[in-house]
Design a protein around this ligand. Sequence first.
Ligand code: KE4
Length: 431
Amino acid sequence: MPNADQNDILFERARAVIPGGVNSPVRAFKAVGGTPRFIRRAEGAYFWDANDKRYIDYIGSWGPMILGHGHPAVVEAVQKAVLEGFSYGAPTEREIELAEAILALVPSMEMVRLVSSGTEAAMSALRLARGATGRKHIIKFEGCYHGHADALLVKAGSGLATFGHPTSAGVPPEVTQHTLVLEYNNIAQLEEAFALHGNDIACLMIEAIAGNMNFVRATPEFAQRCRDLCTQHGALLVFDEVMTGFRVGLHGAQGVLGITPDLTVLGKVIGGGMPLAAFGGPRAIMEQLAPLGPVYQAGTLSGNPVATACGLATLKEIARPGFYEALSKKTQSLVEGLKAAAAAEGQPFNADSEGGMFGFFLMNELPQNYATVMTTDNAKFNALFHGLLDRGVYIAPALYEAGFVSAAHSDDDIAATIEAARQIFKASGPR
Ligand code: KE4
C-alpha cells in the first residue's frame, strides 16, 4: 500500500472535532478544492507538510512572517520572554516600548492601543469612531475585509449608496443597517454617499491597498477623495493596515499614498506571527477610550509579554536601512518573472506588488474593483494553484487573496517559482 497521505489522515481527524477541520475558513482549501496541507514545521522561506514535503511559502501566515520563519533574533527574544512569564494581566515596560516603536513609524498616530487580532482592532476602531463622532453610519467597500465583527460582515445593498445586508448568518439586519457598502475606486458613488448621508457618517474604513481582493490599489484620486470628503463632513478616515502595515513599506499604505488617516488599524507584521494587533490615532480621539473616556474596549491578553517581544524584535529588523529596498526588489523580480512567463506562453496575466506584498490576475488588466476581480476563471486559477502546490510552491488557496514575499526568500526560490509557473502556463495551452 503506498504511503497513506498524512494530510488526508489529519484532515479526516480534524473534521471530526473542528468545524471544517480548520480554525479559519480560508485554510480549508474550499475555494480551490483538494486537501489542505497540515504544516509540521517552518524555517526561512519554507514550510513542510505532514508528508514532509517542502513548499516555498508565499502565505507567510497571511502576512506576519515578513522576516521568514524562525528569524534567530526573533526566536531569541521570544525564548527570553517566555522564561519571564507568559502573561500577567498587568502593564509591562515592553508594551510601552512597542507602542513607542509603532508611533515612531506611523506619524499619523499619537497614541495606540494593543489588542490580539485584526478583527478586534478593526471592531474597536469602529466603536471608537462612532463614540468619538456620536454618529452611527459607516462606509466600507466591496472586496475589503476588516475581520469578522458583525457590523463589517456586510455586502453591498441594491443600487447606489444603499445600506448593506449581512454576509453571514447570525448577523441581524439591525446591526448592518448603518453600514454603507460602496464600490472600490468609484468616486461618483462615494460622493453620492456623502451627499446623502455625510453628516451622519462616523467613519469610512478602507484597505488603501486591498489585499482581500488579491491586490487592488486605491487610485490616488480616489484615496484623496476619501480623505477630503471625510474632512469636509467630519467623518473619520480609518485605514485598515492590518495587512499593508509594515508590509508594503516601513510606513504602510498611508506612506505609499501620502494620505494621513484619522485612525489606523494594524496587525500581522507587528506581532511577527504572534497574536498581536493595534489601532491608533490622534490623542484627542484615542483618549475617548476607557479608562479615560466613554468608549469601552478591553482584552485579557492585550499587550501580551511574549507577543510584544516577538513584535518588537520583528520591528527592529524591518526598520534596518535597506530592508524594504531589498524586499521590494525581490518581490518585483517575482512579479516581472511571472508576467514574462505568462506572456511567453500566450496566457492572459497581470500582476502588481508593493514592498513585500503582491497579487496577480489571470487577465491582462489590473482590476480596479471586486466585481472585476471576481470575473477570474476559477478553474484556471485552481489549476495554477494545484500545479504550483504539486511543484512545491504554496500560494494563497483563493484567487481573492494576496501573496507575500519574505526577507528569507532567495533569488533561487524566486527563479524556481517562476519556472514552476511557466510549466503550468505552457501546459494550459494557447488561450
Ligand atoms: P484577523 O482577525 O484575522 O487577525 O485580522 C482580520 C483582518 C483585518 N483587516 C485586514 C485587512 C485583513 O486582511 C484581516 C485578515 N486577513 C485574512 C487574510 N485575507 C486572514 C486570514 C484568515 O482569515 O485566516
